[in-house]
Design a protein around this ligand. Structure first.
Ligand code: AR6
Length: 173
């Protein structure tokens, strides 16, 4: 617990977080399907998701937008465009902004629980340890602004990624 907000890091699949109000997509600028998280989310949500996202695209690195979740078990999907590491600069600020903007948006929409994948650490090449530190700092920096979000869950794909995030969030094993 940090104030009123519970922080968790788990190993899992971002499309299988049935108990969360919202999950975050590691999106592309066009908000289309793709590989990694975006592919999994669009497959699980179904083709209505691309259609609903079209009027909001393109988005810029650090931005977050929200859509219905369609076939996913959540109420909403928040789409964030992470920075391509060392191409979209300053990469650390842009990555931090993704988490901060997503959490502020969730809070504004009165969503109580939000799950994040490790944005930018796949196709966009952000080194995992650096990303984990930036992510932990970014999340901690907005906790005191949140009135409605009560649970923030980082969903890491592998056990080794989970260990890196648990260390960065100073969570014991
Ligand atoms: N659940 C949780 N984490 C996952 C899942 C999943 N189902 N699938 C992959 N990961 P990425 P990015 C992890 O590439 O780096 C797309 O093609 C993965 O191991 O999805 O922000 C888009 O269309 C990695 O640690 O996102 C964009 O063009 C992390 O999620 C681009 O890739 C993020 O990997 C976005 O790249």
């Amino acid at each position: 617990m940090e104030g009123n907000v519970k922080l968790e890091c788990i190993q899992g699949d971002i499309t299988r977080q049935d108990d969360l109000d919202a999950v975050v997509n590691a999106a592309n600028a066009e908000l289309r399907t793709g590989g990694g998280v975006a592919g999994a989310i669009h497959r699980a949500a179904g083709p209505k998701l691309e259609k609903a996202c079209r009027p909001m695209a393109p988005i810029k690195p650090g931005e977050a937008v929200i859509s219905p979740a369609f076939g996913l078990p959540n109420k909403k999907i928040i789409h964030c465009l992470g920075p391509v590491y060392n191409i979209d600069k300053p990469s650390d600020e842009l990555l931090a902004r993704c988490y901060q903007n997503a959490l502020r948006l969730a809070d504004e929409k009165k969503l109580a629980s939000v799950g994040f994948p490790a944005i930018s650490t796949g196709a966009f090449g952000y080194p995992l340890e650096e990303a984990a530190e930036v992510t932990a700092d970014a999340i901690h920096s907005v906790l005191s602004d949140l009135a409605n979000v009560m649970l923030i869950r980082m969903v890491l794909f592998s056990d080794s990624d989970l260990q890196v995030f648990r260390r960065a969030f100073r969570l014991g094993r």
